[in-house]
Design a protein around this ligand. Structure first.
Ligand code: HEM
Length: 481
């Protein structure tokens, strides 16, 4: 079977079959060597770039962390160009069972003992049931998106202004985490977390819960700690026990307040507890985890665009809002620069960098230059930050070009892959695309709309990117004139 990616530029119908280059090295030592290269010697981007150069191929074999002693099989075939990467979206050819976090699966105790939706393959009936449940929940909440977000964003910017007045700069991440959690919790339950026993503990509880399950994939970047000590985190699983009381509180808050949604789940044949653990994962991992990374990234790139970008965005946004009289779905559609700037953030800095899948059968995958046979059962891996900077698809791929997707540039939107599919595709119960794809794009657009209705420009200090986002401090806001 040949994967069809014929819409890519420079695609030729007769690509020569090439053996997949690269090696896994010696058992046990090979994966550890790759892990050291990846975390300490080369770093993520250079790990992949060096191998692309060495093998003269964007498709090659390598081990992916964590490796020993956490993953039993760290061997993958990496697909690192815009064309070969699309094999990961082809659910007829690849399986997505227990592979969300890559070559290891966290303990099910983190999820109440259930394999929640994101770990299920499209062939599992539970995936269809849960994904349909989420899609119908999102469709029925549609009218709440804009008012809830506008309230949250207005509070967010107000809080940031107060913090700047008090301390000269404001922590965007903490304030934005609170906004994101309140928004998602209220969407699911109808009440704010502060109206439940959870009070203000949600974001900190979830951050610990996320860090414990995802620790094997990250690095603390500790300057004065030797690598062999820091590396221990990649060899053992951290226990759920540490966060069990916090998780239980979160579960109870959602169980008690999301009754009508849980009633619906039960009516469609799901167990109430299973549906509720899925909602915890939805709010905590999918939504909060994603927003925690993405929203500061949006502000980071817009900040680096400087005053001239800010002026153009403010002009566009204010003109449309004046003409339409309000902020509506259709008003947001009339803002080409704002839309493009958001797609450009999602392209240059995709919030979920890794995607994995397993070949369901022997398949042939094409890069721009060659065809490769991947055997049934082999793990396929893509590192999206390189893929959406493919120079054969995007000019000046390393530059943030806010208006890249305006006018003729719209034809490039299909090469934006952040939601685990092309941006031009729609999530369904039969695929693995993020069901909140359109909601998240809306959130980012609204974040910019509210920003530039309130301010002419702003400045920010950007910290070093970590596993759960980039630290952003707002240092000034200039009120709208
Ligand atoms: C900025 C926020 C978000 C980002 C970056 C994001 C990203 C993603 C990505 C990349 C995937 C695919 C993962 C994979 O299989 O490799 C995914 C799946 C998923 N997302 Fe999102 N997401 C976000 C917000 C949300 C929200 C708000 C919801 C709630 C409705 C949600 C629900 C899900 C679910 C249920 C899946 C699993 C889909 C399936 O199994 O078919 N996500 N998300």
């Amino acid at each position: 079977m040949v994967s069809s990616s014929s819409d890519h530029p420079a695609s030729s119908s007769e690509l020569a079959l090439r053996e997949i280059p690269g090696s896994y090295g010696l058992p046990f030592f090979g994966p550890i060597k790759d892990r050291y290269d990846y975390f300490y010697n080369q770093g993520q981007d250079d790990f992949f770039k060096a191998r692309i150069k060495k093998y003269n191929s964007t498709v090659f074999r390598t081990n992916m962390p964590p490796g020993p002693f956490i993953s039993s099989n760290p061997k993958v075939v990496a697909v690192l160009d815009s064309k070969s990467f699309t094999i990961l979206f082809d659910n007829d050819k690849v399986e997505k069972k227990d592979i969300l976090d890559g070559t290891f699966m966290p303990s099910l105790s983190f999820f109440g003992g259930y394999r929640v939706c994101a770990f299920l393959d499209t062939t599992e009936s539970n995936h269809h049931a849960l994904k349909s449940f989420f899609l119908s929940f999102l469709a029925s909440s549609h009218k709440k998106f804009i008012p809830y977000l506008r309230t949250g964003l207005s509070e967010l910017y107000g809080n940031l202004e107060n913090e700047i007045a008090e301390k000269k700069s404001a922590d965007f991440n903490n304030n934005c985490d609170n906004m994101a959690f309140d928004f998602m919790f209220k969407l699911v339950t109808g009440v704010l977390p502060s109206e439940t026993e959870l009070k203000s503990k949600g974001p900190a509880t979830i951050t610990t819960w996320l860090a414990l399950q995802l620790a094997p994939l990250g690095t603390a970047g500790l300057k004065y700690v030797p690598h062999f000590l820091e590396d221990i985190i990649h060899t053992i699983r951290l226990p759920f026990l540490v966060i069990k009381p916090g998780y239980n509180k979160l579960y109870k808050a959602i169980y008690d307040s999301a009754s009508s949604l849980l009633d619906e789940a039960e009516k469609s044949g799901m167990k109430r507890a299973e549906a509720c653990h899925n909602l915890v994962f939805l709010v905590g991992f999918n939504a909060f985890g994603g927003m925690k990374v993405l929203f500061p990234t949006v502000i980071k790139w817009i900040a680096t665009g400087g005053q001239s970008l800010h002026r153009r965005l403010a002009e566009e946004i204010r003109a449309v809002v004046k003409e339409e009289g309000d902020i509506t779905f259709s008003a947001l559609e009339k803002m080409p620069l704002t839309k493009s700037a958001v797609y450009e953030v999602l392209r240059i800095d995709p919030p979920v960098p890794f995607q994995y899948a397993k070949a369901r059968e022997d398949i042939v995958v094409e890069s721009h230059d060659a065809a490769f046979q991947i055997k049934k059962g082999e793990t396929i891996f893509g590192y999206q930050p390189l893929v959406t900077k493919d120079p054969k698809v995007f000019d000046n791929p390393d530059d943030f070009v806010a208006d890249r997707f305006v006018g003729d540039g719209e034809k490039l939107i299909k090469y934006v892959y952040w939601s685990n599919a092309r941006e031009t595709e729609q999530p369904s119960a039969d695929n693995k695309q993020c069901p909140a794809k359109d909601l998240i794009v809306l959130c980012c657009r609204l974040m910019l709309v509210e920003l530039f209705l309130r301010y002419d420009t702003f400045t920010a200090e950007i910290g070093k990117q970590g596993g759960l986002g980039t630290p952003v401090k707002i240092t000034s806001f200039t009120k709208a004139t």
